[in-house]
Design a binder for this molecule. Structure first.
Ligand code: 4NP
Length: 158
């Protein structure tokens, strides 16, 4: 099972989501069944490491933050994934444009996996250029969603 975490630049939200989900997948005993990757819909930062604010937030929250290099999602990446989890509605529209009709059912807002999220509030707000508190808030939302995501995966795979 391949999961693609997707935001705009692939330097803040989706790499944080991939770091959190990868660790939770391992803690849930699913590491040999689930691969979590991350992508951006834009290539502005392709080849760059994670944004320092995102790395710092991951460190504050006790998650690993090494080894990320940003990349832009391609149609082949989207086809290869089983779930395309986007951070906001703008990413949703961009990924829908990238995929064929058949792959559209695989696209979901990441926060739709948070059982406490509300249908009118399903975005992970973009923390790029924001304060440490903005990054912490985005990461809090990502963590809550990833708990629900991994419960969903466990129910499907275990
Ligand atoms: P991300 O944040 O989509 O969470 O990685 C952003 C990173 C870069 C830009 C926008 C958002 N940018 O416009 O370069």
């Amino acid at each position: 099972m391949r999961i693609a975490m997707i935001c705009l630049g692939n330097i803040c939200r989706s790499p944080m989501a991939a770091a959190v989900a990868t660790k939770m997948v391992a803690q849930g005993g699913l590491a040999d069944q689930v691969l979590v990757e991350s992508f951006g819909t834009a290539g502005y930062h392709a080849g760059e490491p994670m944004n320092p604010g995102a790395r710092a937030a991951l460190k504050r929250h006790g998650w690993p933050s090494d080894g990320h290099l940003a990349r832009r999602i391609t149609p082949a990446d989207a086809r290869a994934a089983d779930l395309l989890l986007v951070a906001d509605h703008s990413n949703l529209a961009d990924v829908r444009r990238l995929t064929g009709e058949r792959d559209r059912a695989k696209i979901r807002l990441l926060r739709s996996f948070d059982p406490r999220s509300l249908p009118a509030d399903l975005e992970v707000p973009d923390p790029w250029g924001g304060s440490p508190a903005d990054f912490d808030h985005a990461l809090d939302l990502i963590e809550a969603a990833c708990v629900g995501l991994v419960e969903h995966l466990a129910s499907e795979l275990l």
